[in-house]
Write a protein that binds this ligand. Sequence first.
Ligand code: MG
Length: 208
Amino acid sequence: MGMRIGYGWDSHEFKKGVPLKLGGLAIDHPQGLFGHSDGDVLLHAITDALLGALAVGDIGSFFPPGDSRWKDADSTIFVNLAMEEAQTAGYRIVNVDTTLILAAPKIGPISGDLRERVAELLRIAPGAVGIKAKTPEGLNQDHLAVAHAVVLLEGIEEEDSLREMEAAMDDPQTVEAVVGELVGEAHSGHSSRRRVTSRPGFDTEDIT
Ligand code: MG
């Protein structure tokens, strides 16, 4: 199944009196991001990156903004749906990288918490989540928050079967059993393993 890459971005406008949510975290700030849902620009970008990697549409096609069910919705719902889509398609997340562009609040002091929360939502290690932030220098966009996200997915079956093979090779009992069987064959001249009957067994006397 191999690997797939996805990219997503989103923007929301700051408004006074709206609670600020970023990466699934409630952040103490005088302004929040206005949107049909909770305006969590980071989770929206990550959701679109996941859906994009699977080529199954975007957040708007799954959760139309006109649908009253998603009014003030917690954006973790969107992430969870994208995670389910990935799982159904047989993929898991390798890593996610994100960039936030906003004038305030400062992301540095909360980047560790953001990373932990996003990792928890995506069920991956914090070390697989990149959180970066920039101020919108020269863009005249101090009233906005913008988020970009890229995600890498890998096929579950392929990776699992490789891991099983590796585990078997690392298991001393398996190695011992195979060696024992081969030694037994060498002594008896017979193979205890099933051979493909259409092909003759390997005969050491043929080597001259
Ligand atoms: Mg959005």
